[in-house]
Design a protein around this ligand. Structure first.
Ligand code: GTP
Length: 319
């Protein structure tokens, strides 16, 4: 069975100040960290062996995920002293994998409902070197695009352009045949998107696209992070409250809001389209609208917070 490497070591600069004390993949979306959504997705595809490729704030993953047994998985940690880039991270994490089976790589900031089992099946049926999940977007100008031929083979990796030749973009989930790992230099900073993949295609390697347009979101920007959480909560109802959080019956939660574990929400509070991370206290009659409240925050009684990130005692308007 395939093993997975989750790339969770980036700085997440676009989400500052939320990422000052929390790595981007540990940010809460719909009540749980992004990485936990990914573990659930990998598990659903039958994957139980995971390596977390960490670097920035690496020490924050282990207390939460431990050895993975809580999720019925085996989790190992590969730590880069300084970030090695996406390619360097894959090469480094693969040192912990001793298997000839397929390796699934997940970008740690993508939530996707695509059929990972089918992506792996097609990869193996094609005896491919790499198979990338590609998703089709309405306007590909903001992304690099990835054209494929009639057999599904990737023909190019193109940088952002005004007139993209295709609306297929790299969705950040790859299946690798372990034989291609040796094409990534060891202990070096390498970008898999900008260096490894274009080189493999240039050298005639069997690089395939797996095109599927299931729910897909890259939570790397403030707007996308907020939107993703609301959308995921709304699949199940108008709000979500973790089992061990206490919300006063007179408080109102609406618009896809989520309250993570260990929180207390006092009487008359109004929380609309917002993310409340774990162990927060929301005072009586506070109003929180379209905002992200970081773990452990105390929001004063009667406070009004709108379209803001609340982290490290700072309230910063969402850009
Ligand atoms: P920005 O600084 O906001 O661009 O975010 P980022 O640093 O996370 O970069 P990006 O969004 O391009 O990264 C995509 C995924 O790869 C994220 O899940 C990152 O955590 C991960 N990643 C990026 N660079 C590295 C790295 O050097 N090492 C590891 N282990 N993961 C990385």
């Amino acid at each position: 069975m395939a093993t997975a490497i989750l790339l969770v070591g980036g700085y997440g600069t676009r989400l500052m100040p939320l990422t000052k004390n929390t790595p981007k993949p540990m940010l809460t979306v719909a009540g749980i960290p992004v990485t936990e959504h990914q573990l659930n997705m990998a598990k659903a595809a039958g994957i139980t062996q995971i390596v977390l490729a960490t670097s920035y704030l690496s020490e924050l993953f282990t207390p939460y995920f431990g050895d993975g047994s809580k999720w019925g998985m085996q989790i190992q940690y590969a730590v880069e002293k300084t970030p090695l880039g996406t390619g360097g991270a894959i090469r480094n994490a693969a040192k912990l994998i001793n298997s000839s089976e397929s390796i699934v790589i997940l970008n740690g900031d993508v939530l996707s409902s695509h059929n990972l089992s089918e992506q792996i099946r097609q990869h193996e049926a094609n005896n491919a070197d790499v198979t990338l999940h590609l998703t089709q977007v309405e306007d590909a100008r903001a992304y690099g695009c990835v054209p494929t031929d009639s057999d599904g083979r990737v023909t190019d990796f193109l940088e952002k352009m005004d007139n993209p030749v295709t609306n297929q973009i790299n969705a950040g989930c790859y299946v690798f045949n372990p034989r291609v790992l040796s094409s990534i230099p060891i202990d070096a900073v390498v970008s898999v998107e900008r260096e490894t993949f274009p080189l493999l295609v240039k050298n005639g390697a069997a690089v395939y696209g797996y095109v599927e347009n299931a729910y897909w979101v890259d939570i790397g920007t403030p707007q996308a992070l907020m939107k993703a959480s609301v959308e995921i909560v709304k699949r199940h109802g108008d709000f979500l409250i973790a089992a061990n959080s206490v919300v006063d019956p007179s408080a109102q939660l609406t618009g896809g809001s989520s309250v993570a574990p260990g929180c207390q929400v006092a009487s008359g509070a109004r929380i609309q389209s917002s993310i409340i991370e774990s162990n927060c206290f929301i005072g009586a009659n506070a109003q929180i609208i379209n905002s992200f409240v970081s773990r452990g925050t105390k929001v004063e009684e009667g406070a009004k917070i709108e379209s803001s990130f609340v982290a490290n005692q700072e309230i910063v308007p969402i850009p």
